[in-house]
Design a binder for this molecule. Structure first.
Ligand code: ATP
Length: 508
């Protein structure tokens, strides 16, 4: 655990030192859970966004992208349920003065019981060796059974309490389980209160005429309310999808863990409109397609897992999370939800406008069902960053930090180094850079030794460094050095573009 925390701290420090992520408003001591992306972070983020857009929009003839406004009519958030139900139960500890999500305290308690079970299983597996039958052990071992029973009982109290807004019930559960403040160890809790996560502001210039509006807590509603506009103008036929990326805002109660949980963040969402009754088929399709999008980056599949929801929102008939093995363990990275006709139906009712599709195949008109895929761009960024961060001991005993980012996502693709600052080498290097920079993000550097320049680019994940030396002036060849293997090869200038492009390809 301590090791994981150390690792996470190192990644956060590295992200700052190398211009990936800065605390927002740092010179004023920062703003809690708000972050800025620096020169390298902005590039990495842009590349991830583009990878998503290509996979979802460019690669699917029946998916189109839009860009809706952050401000929307306040009734949209009434219809979607956010005004009444986008709440988290919060609780304060009177001694530590820390605020927690009450349901998360209980979920963490469940996780501890689950960890106990895993430990028992591990111990037994060691003891019995080859003969170990895990399923039988789980079904018969008294300590495992006892913990499973406890978990079941807790869930049977937590979920109904959450559904019924029973704040007293959640408080009682925390007391009965003797949950303590993870920081102070104190059990001195306040009552549990509901807290709405939407930020609101005023639109209009005079106090009387101004109306209260919200900063969108998700991008999806901008898609739902444009469903008919896009369907008609794009002559879309069901099944079809609408995608968009953009900022979302949530006044999170507990916003720790760096860019994992922010108050201002970016989402990449796609709503896929289907004929009612076919949604499960499409849910399975998108589960597989989205997992493929993740593993196609070259990151091993053991880093990902599905977590199917046991407890479904009242409007959903299936939901799963794609979890990633972050430095703090497996956590939600993306959600895939089958949302039935809940959103379009609710907007039909409240707006009084028909939001239907006439299906010429079945000759009927209906409110489509929706399967959505929703991923946080910042969380994906954190996944990429934490997976890439590598401390390596080299053969000569020295160490390097290398960001093993998938090459196509790297902020800079080619670093261009003249060996020295004289003899016409900088001019030649600039000439080569001019040829490449339209197609690749390049970075020119002539300061320090080549070794130091390599290290700096390892630290930001640049897949290729090119050195221009005296021989280049004679035969138009350069040394190209690959980040992960550190292999260096002499190649003609004319082949640089094809070597680099070959490695930037993503398999679909
Ligand atoms: P969580 O349970 O972690 O709060 P959620 O289930 O509320 O997330 P959704 O509403 O399904 O999340 O949003 C879809 C995606 O948006 C999430 O999978 C996550 O990647 C991202 N996301 C949600 N909240 C935040 C946040 N506060 N900061 C960064 N990303 C977020």
């Amino acid at each position: 655990m301590a090791n994981q925390e150390d690792q996470f701290k190192k990644i956060i420090a590295h992200a700052k030192e190398y211009g990936f992520v800065f605390q927002s408003s740092e010179i004023y001591d920062g703003l809690s859970a708000v972050y800025d992306y620096g020169q390298n972070g902005a590039e990495l983020k842009r590349n991830i966004r583009e990878y998503w857009w290509k996979a979802m929009v460019q690669m699917h003839e029946n998916i189109v992208g839009i860009d809706s406004a952050i401000f929307m009519h306040p009734l949209i958030w009434k219809a979607s349920g956010h005004v009444d139900a986008f709440n988290d139960p919060m609780i304060d500890n009177k001694d530590s003065k820390k605020r927690y999500r009450a349901d998360v305290l209980v979920e963490d308690h469940i996780a501890k019981l689950e960890a106990k079970i895993s430990k028992e299983v591990e111990k037994a597996a060691k003891r019995f060796g080859e003969a170990f039958d895990e399923q039988q052990f789980r079904e018969t071992n008294p300590r495992v059974l006892e913990n499973l029973k406890k978990i079941e009982e807790i869930k049977n109290r937590l979920y109904p309490a959450m559904d019924q807004n029973d704040m007293e019930g959640i408080k009682k559960l925390i007391e009965d389980l003797e949950i303590v403040d993870p920081i102070s160890g104190s059990k001195n809790w306040t009552d549990v209160r509901q807290f709405n996560l939407m930020f609101s502001t005023q639109m209009g210039s005079t106090a009387e005429g101004a109306s209260n509006i919200y900063l969108r807590p998700e991008t999806a509603q901008g898609i739902f309310v444009n469903f008919l506009n896009v369907q008609k103008t794009g002559r879309m036929k069901i099944p079809f999808g609408i995608a968009q990326t953009g900022k979302a805002f949530r006044n999170e109660i507990v916003a720790r863990q760096f860019i994992f949980r922010m108050r201002e963040f970016e989402q990449m969402e796609m709503q896929f409109f289907v004929r009612p009754g076919t949604e499960m088929e499409w849910f399975r399709y998108w589960k597989e397609a989205r997992m493929k999008w993740h593993t196609n980056t070259g990151i091993p599949s053991v880093k990902y897992r599905f977590h199917d929801h046991e407890k479904l929102a009242h409007y959903a008939n299936a939901a799963t999370d794609i979890e990633f093995d972050f430095p703090m363990g497996f956590k939600e990275l993306e959600g895939i939800h089958s949302r039935t006709d809940f959103d379009l139906g609710a907007h039909e009712k409240l707006s009084g406008k028909k939001l239907r599709f006439f299906d010429s195949e079945t000759n009927e008109s209906y409110v489509p069902y929706v399967v959505e895929t929703s991923i946080g761009l910042d969380r994906m960024f954190l996944a990429m960053l934490s997976n890439a961060y590598t401390e390596e001991k080299l053969e000569d005993g020295s160490e390097r930090i290398v960001m093993k980012l998938p090459a196509f996502l790297a902020p800079t693709k080619i670093a261009i180094f003249p060996l020295t600052k004289k003899d016409g080498l900088p001019e030649k290097a600039r000439e080569i850079m001019d040829e490449l920079k339209m197609d690749f993000m390049c970075f020119y550097e002539e300061k320090d030794t080549i070794g130091k320049r390599y290290r700096r680019h390892d630290a930001i994940g640049t897949p290729y460094c090119i050195t221009i030396d005296h021989q280049t002036l004679e035969d138009n060849t350069v040394t190209i050095r690959e980040r992960d293997t550190m292999n260096q090869e002499r190649v003609p200038v004319s082949s640089i573009a094809s070597i680099v492009s070959e490695n930037l390809k993503v398999t679909w």
